[in-house]
Design a protein around this ligand. Sequence first.
Ligand code: ATP
Length: 368
Amino acid sequence: MADAEVLLSLRKIVKGFGSQKVLSEFSLDIFDGEFFTILGPSGCGKTTVLRLIAGFEQADSGQILLDDADIAAVAAEHRPVNTVFQSYALFPHMSVAENVGFGLRMAAVTKAEIKQRVAEALAVVKLSGFESRKPHQLSGGQKQRVAIARAIVMKPKVLLLDESLSALDHKLRQQMQMELKQIQRKLGITFVYVTHDQEEALSMSDRVLVMNHGQPQQIGSPREIYEAPRNMFVADFIGEINVFDGVVEAENDELSYTVNIGGVKKVAGAEFRLEVGDEVHVLLRPEDLRIEYIEDQPKDEQGFLGKVLERSYTGKTIDTLIALENGNTLRASEFFNEDDPDFDYSINQRVWVSWIDGWEHVIKAGPL
Ligand code: ATP
């Protein structure tokens, strides 16, 4: 989104509840037309950010700009922003069409236009034909679609979605993730989605903000966040990670270093300059680790000795828990291939573990 324009800008927002400070000088730019996700653990302040954008909360200080105009004084109902809540918040006594058309009726739109826009919105969420049903006659997934239709029918500039899929079962959630992405692309509305589910964040978003304790930790594409986490919090929060503690022993080339990990020397690339003697974490995702039988270990490569603690079959992959001789426990994940004899490791079998140079990601140890 190199040439994207900023639509929504939060500048140095401070927000507390009583003596508890939730956001302190929180700043964020969201681009026009992007699917933006705020990801973080429970209580980190995600919903507060969303409620400030919606106008349900007022900041103690700071600015919220939409199209460069400060919207602090604009009441929630007059902001070009709609929210889809986790609870759907449908009116139980109204039909699907009445629920979806509610906001338009409040805005005194003509009956004919309401009818047309409701039909369009229901078509987008694949609920054409459901106009006269009542909420209690719908499944959870269908209720969620009505809630989305009710928001998009208003043609907001920004659609806020608060944990909107979390009430759905796993399969339906995955299906709705794809559909939400399609709806967003089709309508070109800026979506700001809040979740604590990393898989959801990675699969739907153009960009993700990872937050902790009210502080932005990293902002980037799903790939950047997963493959190049900036700190241990992001690395750990976004899926499984193996951590090797090491010390930079030599600089080989520009941004290429020899890292000594408890006597095992690995060549690792870094995205920033390191000094000899720096303590680092070398991070490897489970799918980036290689396991070999001890007798098959490559002679010209350095690696780690360990033994298999546990094996589990997930359908797509075989996951192996390995106890290294240095005390570290690793998780490796390999695509399942039943014809490959390497998939026969037994519990307690001794194995050799390593990775292909360049597949690691290095961050500095210690506080940021
Ligand atoms: P979750 O994923 O559990 O919804 P969250 O990251 O969305 O969490 P927030 O709902 O933004 O977190 O809450 C951040 C902090 O602010 C929490 O400690 C919460 O208890 C507190 N908080 C939020 N709203 C209020 C309120 N209206 N009054 C008092 N405290 C509040």
